[in-house]
Design a protein around this ligand. Structure first.
Ligand SMILES: [Zn+2]
Length: 452
C-alpha cells in the first residue's frame, strides 16, 4: 500500500519529465531536420577538401576547417591537442595482374589497392589460393616463393555486417606477415566487403618485424572471384607492384571544442568522430559523417540555448585509420590531467539510418539508459545494447573505465564503400545523416540531464 502510494506520488513527476524530454527532443529533431548544417559541412569536407590521409596537406586543411567550424558554431573554446603521427605515403599507382595461365603469357589487370601502411615491393610468382589461415597452416610447405591469396569472404548470413568485418579483418591486418613467415613473396587478400561491385578496399595492415616485408594488396570482389576460379584448375602466375613508404614522423592535432558545463563543469562528456580518412574516395561515410554529426550536436544545443550541466567536448580525432595516435593521446591527457569523464560517444559507422546505440558500461548504467528507448523510438533508434564503443574513445574506457558508446546506423551498405574510391559525398543521404545527429543529440541531452 505504502509502496503504491509512493509510486503514485512520483508518477506525475516521471510522466512530466518524460513529456518535457520528448518535447525537447522533438524540438531538437525539428531544428536539425529543417536547419541542420551537417550535410553542407560534409559537402565542404569531402568536395572542397577531399580525402584526408594523416599528415597529408588535405588533413591539415581539415584541421583548420574543423577549428573554424567549431568556433563559428559557438563552442566556448576550441583547442588543438598535439599528437605524433606516422606519415605514410602510397606512392605510385598500385598494380596487380595475372601474368600467366599454365605457363602461357597473359596480361589480365585486376582491380587492386595496396594495404594501408604497406611498403614498396615487387613480386611475380605462382599464386596459391587459400580459404583461410587454417588452410595456410596445412599447406605451409607449398607457400615458399609464391604469392599467397587469402580469399576469405564476408559471412553473408550475418545481419550485422560489422561482425563479418571483424572476422575477416585479421586477413588484412596479419595476412601478409602470416604468409611471409612461410616464405611467400607477396600477399593478396579479398577486400573486406560483401558488396557486388569491384572496388578494392584498402585499410590498415601491420608487418611483423620477425618476417620479411612483402608487397600486399586487396582485390575487388569480382576480381577476387575471378582469380579464385582461375586458380582452381590452372597454374596461375601474378604480378604485384606496390610503392608505399614512410616519411619522417610528424605532428597532427585533435580538434577539441567545448561547451562549458554549469553545475558539473569538471565532469566531461565527449562526443566525436575521426577527421582523417584513407587516401581514396572522399572519406564521406568514414568518417566525414561522424565529424559533421558531432558538430551538428553542438549546433542544435546552441540553437536550443541549452546550458549543459556537464562540460561537453566535441572532438575531431586525428589519425584513427593508420595509427590511432589521436585517440591514444586524448586518453593519455585525460589520465595525466586527472580528468573526470562521465561518458564518451563516437559516430564512426557511416552516415546511414540510425538503428540504435551500442555501449561498453556497467549493467546498471545500461539498464538506466534502456528506460529512455521510448524517447528515441520516434527517431528510428530501437536498441540500446551492450556492445560497442569506438576506436578513438576505447582508450578512455581502458585507462579510466569511462563508459563509452557508439551510434549504430544501419550497416548493410557501409562495407560497399568503406575505404574505397566510392566513399564519396553522393553516397550519403541527407535525411539519414541528420537523423543520426538527432539521436546523438538526444542521447547526449539525456545523459547530461540524468547522468549514468
Ligand atoms: Zn572510421
Amino acid at each position: 500500500m505504502k509502496k503504491i502510494f509512493v509510486l503514485l506520488l512520483f508518477l506525475p513527476i516521471l510522466a512530466f519529465s518524460q513529456n518535457e524530454d520528448s518535447l525537447f527532443i522533438k524540438q531538437m529533431s525539428d531544428d536539425i531536420m529543417l536547419n541542420g548544417k551537417a550535410y553542407e559541412w560534409l559537402y565542404h569536407l569531402t568536395k572542397k577538401i577531399g580525402n584526408r590521409l594523416t599528415a597529408s596537406t588535405n588533413f591539415y586543411k581539415a584541421i583548420e576547417w574543423g577549428k573554424q567550424t567549431l568556433q563559428q558554431t559557438g563552442a566556448d573554446n576550441v583547442n588543438l591537442q598535439t599528437c605524433n603521427v606516422v606519415h605514410w605515403m602510397r606512392g605510385k599507382v598500385d598494380a596487380v595482374s595475372v601474368t600467366s595461365i599454365n605457363n602461357k603469357n597473359e596480361s589480365i589487370k585486376l582491380n587492386a589497392i595496396a594495404l594501408g601502411n604497406s611498403l614498396a615491393g615487387n613480386a611475380n610468382a605462382q599464386v596459391i589460393a587459400l580459404k583461410n589461415f587454417d588452410e595456410l597452416e596445412k599447406r605451409k610447405d607449398e607457400v615458399r616463393g609464391k604469392i599467397v591469396f587469402f580469399n576469405y569472404g564476408f559471412n553473408q548470413t550475418y545481419t550485422e555486417t560489422f561482425r563479418a568485418y571483424g572476422e575477416s579483418g585479421k586477413y588484412r591486418y596479419f595476412g601478409p606477415s602470416r604468409a611471409a613467415k612461410y616464405g611467400a613473396k607477396g600477399c593478396l587478400i579479398r577486400s573486406l566487403s560483401g558488396s557486388t561491385d569491384n572496388f578494392p578496399h584498402t585499410g590498415m595492415m601491420k608487418y611483423n618485424d620477425s618476417f620479411p616485408i612483402i608487397p600486399c594488396a586487396a582485390l575487388g570482389l569480382q576480381d577476387a572471384d575471378k582469380l579464385w576460379s582461375l586458380c582452381q584448375s590452372n597454374s596461375i602466375t601474378a604480378g604485384i607492384t606496390t610503392s608505399g613508404y614512410y616519411l619522417k614522423d610528424t605532428i597532427a592535432y585533435n580538434v577539441i571544442g567545448e561547451l562549458k558545463g554549469s553545475t558539473k563543469a569538471n565532469e566531461i562528456i565527449t562526443i566525436g568522430g575521426h577527421l582523417d580518412s584513407w587516401d581514396v574516395g572522399e572519406g564521406a561515410h568514414d568518417d566525414g559523417a561522424g565529424i559533421v554529426q558531432t558538430i551538428e550536436v553542438l549546433r542544435v544545443l546552441k540553437a536550443m540555448h541549452y546550458i549543459p550541466k556537464h562540460t561537453i567536448r566535441f572532438v575531431l580525432f586525428a589519425n584513427e585509420e593508420n595509427g590511432l595516435a589521436g585517440g591514444k593521446k586524448y586518453a593519455e591527457e585525460a589520465v595525466a590531467k586527472n580528468e573526470k569523464h562521465l561518458f564518451a560517444l563516437e559516430s564512426d559507422a557511416g552516415g546511414f539510418t540510425p538503428r540504435g546505440f551500442g555501449f561498453t558500461m556497467q549493467d546498471a548504467s545500461l539498464k538506466k539508459m534502456q528506460n529512455w528507448i521510448s524517447l528515441l523510438l520516434p527517431y528510428g533508434c530501437y536498441k540500446l545494447e551492450a556492445r560497442g564503443g569506438g576506436a578513438d574513445i576505447n582508450g578512455l574506457n581502458e585507462k579510466l573505465n569511462v563508459p563509452v558508446g557508439e551510434l549504430l546506423p544501419d550497416s548493410q551498405r557501409y562495407f560497399d564503400v568503406h575505404h574505397t574510391n566510392n566513399d564519396v559525398f553522393e553516397t550519403v543521404n541527407k535525411r539519414e545523416l541528420l537523423l543520426g545527429a538527432v539521436n546523438m543529440a538526444a542521447l547526449i541531452y539525456l545523459i547530461d540531464k540524468y547522468g549514468l
